[in-house]
Write a protein that binds this ligand. Structure first.
Ligand SMILES: Nc1nc2c(ncn2[C@@H]2O[C@H](COP(=O)(O)OP(=O)(O)OP(=O)(O)O)[C@@H](O)[C@H]2O)c(=O)[nH]1
Ligand SMILES: [Mg+2]
Length: 228
């Protein structure tokens, strides 16, 4: 079937029927797309979250790579399956897939490379592509600046990225898929999104404990607090 979202839901029900302890009533699956220029580290970030390690020598993504991780929220009471679409940044490897990327998407992660101003300046184009594909305003969007481990090569100051993110009302995170010390932070970024998707309402998030994180949910005053 052409629609990969459909394949996901079929696999989902297959697996659900094989695992008796898995309560389908408590399992929800969300499609998250990871978008941004080629070479910003989308594959390494998603691999870090789903595989737990830094992927050495990744190849440019062709079309899309699917990754998935089930996370437990609120202790173990709620299981959420994150179906992560690691998209291709190179135009020639993505053009036939773009419609599939955006179909029935639940959340969008825009990634840039903090050592590449060009990749940061591309973000408006990615936002524009997203809007063109009728992704609704209620679909959460976040921005991630990757490769923070390359401190000497930084080209995108946090302050500029934060101003930009604020102007779109996006939370901003800066992290590194490579730095092992950032592993928990990468988890926290995806968990943040999972909580938001689960609750279906905007959340005001606490500043994560990792010091070089910048994040904001610029939401209204009457919102809850994330537990991560
Ligand atoms: N130093 C450093 N290098 C990274 C980091 N994340 C990714 N890289 C490197 O950046 C290069 C590109 O990483 P990918 O994850 O393949 O980039 P991508 O965004 O998936 O690229 P496309 O698939 O072409 O869109 C690789 O050489 C990675 O080793 C990071 O956090 N720090
Ligand atoms: Mg890739």
């Amino acid at each position: 079937h052409e629609d990969f979202g459909y394949i996901f839901s079929r696999n989902d029900s297959l697996e659900l029927s094989c695992h008796h302890e898995y309560d389908p009533a408590k399992a929800r699956i969300f499609k998250i797309i990871v978008i941004g220029d080629s070479n910003v580290g989308k594959t390494c970030l998603t691999y870090r979250f789903c595989g737990g390690t830094f992927l050495k020598n990744p190849e440019a993504t062709i079309g899309v790579d699917f990754r998935e991780r089930t996370v437990e929220l609120d202790g173990e009471s709620i299981k959420v399956r994150l179906a992560i679409w690691d998209t291709a940044g190179q135009e020639r490897f993505r053009k036939s897939m773009v419609e599939h990327y955006y179909r029935s998407v639940h959340a969008v992660i825009f990634v840039y490379d903090v050592t590449s101003l060009t990749s940061f300046h591309s973000i408006p184009d990615w936002i524009e592509e997203c809007s063109r594909h009728s992704v609704g305003p209620l679909v959460p969007r976040i921005m991630v600046g990757n490769k923070c481990d390359l401190r000497d090569r930084r080209e995108v100051p946090t302050s500029a990225a934060q101003r930009f993110a604020d102007s779109y009302n996006f939370p901003l995170f800066e992290t590194s898929a490579k730095d092992p010390a950032e592993k928990e932070h990468v988890d926290a970024i995806f968990l943040t999104l999972a909580y938001r998707l689960k609750s279906h309402k905007p959340l005001r998030l606490k500043q994560p404990s990792v010091s070089n994180v910048t994040q904001l949910w610029n939401q209204s005053e009457d919102e809850g607090t994330c537990q991560c």
